[in-house]
Write a protein that binds this ligand. Sequence first.
Ligand code: GLY
Length: 385
Amino acid sequence: MPASSTEPSTKVASRQVHVALGERAYDVFIGPGLAANAGVQIKSATGANRCCIVTDGNIEASGHLRRLSDSIVAEMSILGHIVMEPGEATKCFTELHLLSEGMLKLGVERRDVVIALGGGVIGDLTGFAASILRRGVRFVQIPTSLLAQVDSSVGGKTGINTAQGKNLIGAFHQPSLVIADTDTLSSLPDRQLRAGYAEIAKHAVLGDTVYFDWLERNVGAVLAREPGALVHAVARSVEMKAEIVARDETEQGDRMLLNLGHTFGHAFEAWAGFSDKLLHGEAVALGTAIAARFSATLGLCPPQAATRVVAHFKAAGLPTRVAHIASNTAPTVEELLNLMDQDKKVQAGRMTFILLREIGRAFISRDVERDQVRQCLEAEIAGTA
Ligand code: GLY
């Protein structure tokens, strides 16, 4: 992976990243104030004459829905708005059913475009509904959370959760356009911002040591929402993700690297019931810290590299230990192993882990023995890892 991080300029210009997927290629625009021009961009990227907008109650209340509608209405007709309940629980079969029927009732047809305005939940659910509605309608992502801007809105993974685990029902359905207006992050609660930062740090840890150095120097500026730092961090993460997705759209190989921290993280997230006890980004931070310590314990990466990764997540105010989960109880090893067995990357009963050789050099491992995972989890739960 090329290490092409540069310092952001003091003048905050927008950035454009191309996701090179042939017939399914699209652009991601990143910068302040982009929502004001969204209508023109959506019209030019899709040529659609009609759209429907899906969002959640918080985004509606924040005024983002009204501002987006104002910018779209001059370019195309809006069939209607569908406002979902905020929160991870909305990514479920019941809400998928309601959303799909809602779009049919509005009269959404094949040539129309569905616009997902919101965080990862709205993007994943709306993208999945768009993928199955009339066997597939186009959709546009307008991510409003940091996590969605740097990760979930790019790459076409869509889906819902079930009792068995996260995102186990879904489809690859690429958006036609992504507009990441960094101004929408100004109203994001601090905890959500930090959770999104976990995915930024994950990108650097897995593939770009220069970017990791930059983040170590600029974590404060990104979390203080300094416009230049925010645009640079979002754009570099999107660039890295776009390169990986262009190489491996459907996760047959390299794309698994983006799951650094997720095999452990998803198990903790499912154990916490996909609740406020542990947000997705927090689970990624915890999972990445565990993956780094595990890599060092297995002798795969220098202990100093693991220490540096963990220190960075701590500096961002993110959980790095099981004890940091806001819960009176701790999971058992068996509970976590059972949840990890549901991971989509399990092949012929063998778990896949994304481990580290160094900061910026993650790799895919299917060589880890179950006993080694068990010992890792025992030490993590006991706090002795
Ligand atoms: N969030 C990981 C991926 O999109 O592949």
